[in-house]
Design a protein. Structure first.
Length: 253
């Protein structure tokens, strides 16, 4: 975990959010998401305030709204599922634009979309302001087992390598006139997937042997020791504490 690794989700910068220790940001995002989940779905105004809080964090971190919006597209499958609820959930019915919809289904759809969007946005901001390597160091600092952090580290390091291998295999297939037009071509794709697995497995063996030859004993050395001051913890706690105040108001009003 000593070498750096650039990732397209990270946006380098020197904003106050970027400079916070990674474990502080991890705890802040986790607490914020828990507060959002605990908020009653009927407190619509509370979710608007949560969105405003995230927008303020994005402004401080200098993360463009367009970038954040593109990264929210990952939740499209969940939104598609939520849009079906008003049609399939039984209960009281109401009419919207001439279409009969379920009232419990509408509330359920709103609950999923609002909370999922806020959670994904918070995670996107965390990824945009924190390097993957720093996130792993933060997880290690929070007590995550070393084996899990090593697995995550290798996934980050070699995910792009495997993706490049897939791209080269795709180019090789197309250069030989292959086009995936239907079921008949699935056999070729399955063979390619098997070959990719074998190559990745063999690469992993070579990497492991190289690490053992350099003194690897089952635990990666940690070069940077991340620490946090009380002031940094206070700055990181501003988001979840403010969100908690909004949640308490949402439950009492």
């Amino acid at each position: 975990m000593g070498a750096g690794h650039a990732h397209r989700l990270h946006r380098p910068g020197d904003s106050p959010v970027h400079t916070l220790p990674p474990h502080c940001k991890l705890v802040a995002v986790l607490c914020f998401v828990l507060v959002v989940v605990a908020t009653p779905r009927a407190a619509v105004w509370a979710f608007a305030l949560y969105a405003a809080l995230l927008a303020a964090v994005a402004a401080v971190a200098r993360v463009p709204g367009s970038t954040l919006a593109r990264r929210l597209l990952i939740e499209v499958p969940f939104v598609a599922f939520a849009l079906l609820l008003p049609f399939v959930v039984p209960g009281e019915r109401t009419t919207v634009l001439g279409v009969p919809l379920s009232v419990p289904g509408l509330w359920g759809a709103w609950n999923i979309v609002a909370k999922a969007t806020l959670g994904v946005a918070a995670s996107a901001l965390l990824a945009a302001t924190t390097e993957p390597r720093a996130l792993l160091l933060g997880l290690r600092r929070l007590g995550l087992p070393p084996l899990l952090t090593q697995i995550a580290s290798f996934m980050i390091r070699y995910g792009d390598v495997v993706a490049d291998e897939m791209r080269r295999m795709s180019i090789a297939r197309r250069s030989r006139g292959f086009e995936a037009r239907g079921v008949r071509q699935w056999g070729v794709l399955a063979t390619s997937a098997g070959a990719l697995f074998i190559r990745s497995y063999e690469r992993g063996e070579r990497v492991h042997l190289a690490m053992v030859s350099r003194g690897y004993t089952g635990e990666m050395p940690v070069i940077d020791r991340v620490t946090a001051t009380r002031t940094q913890w206070a700055h990181a706690a501003a988001l979840p504490v403010t969100a908690l105040a909004v949640c308490v108001l949402g439950r009492t009003l």
